[in-house]
Design a protein around this ligand. Structure first.
Ligand code: HEC
Length: 86
């Protein structure tokens, strides 16, 4: 019983301490901070798995050899994507 009580208190104490640290302003809040390697690695794996799962049954409805479609896509990419993806 003591072990179970200690375990449950531990489960509550850790998030409570984390919340307290946040309220006291001890957690970093800069958006430009470089994320730790484990976070980037986990995030990229989750992103890849999610995209693969969601794109599994999709097919491209646009003919990839159609010049007008390619030009329109190039324009959309330049406006909406190139800022981040180069
Ligand atoms: C505000 C910045 C931003 C914009 C704008 C943006 N993206 Fe992204 N995109 C990201 C980030 C960050 C990722 C995740 C990291 C990565 O793969 O580079 C990502 C990931 C992706 C991926 C998955 C890549 C992979 O490695 O699996 C695709 C595909 C993609 N973006 C396509 C697009 C397209 C198409 C557009 C325009 C319609 C777009 N993005 C606009 C920031 C952006």
């Amino acid at each position: 019983m003591k072990t179970l009580t200690g375990f449950i208190l531990g489960l509550i104490a850790l998030p409570a301490l984390f919340a307290l640290a946040g309220v006291l302003g001890w957690l970093p809040s800069t958006a430009t901070a470089t994320p730790p390697g484990w976070e980037s690695s986990f995030g990229m794996k989750a992103l890849d798995a999610s995209l693969e799962k969601r794109s599994d049954k999709l097919s491209n409805p646009i003919d990839p050899k159609d010049a007008a479609s390619l030009a329109a896509g190039k324009k959309i990419y330049a406006y909406n994507c190139a800022g981040c993806h180069g």
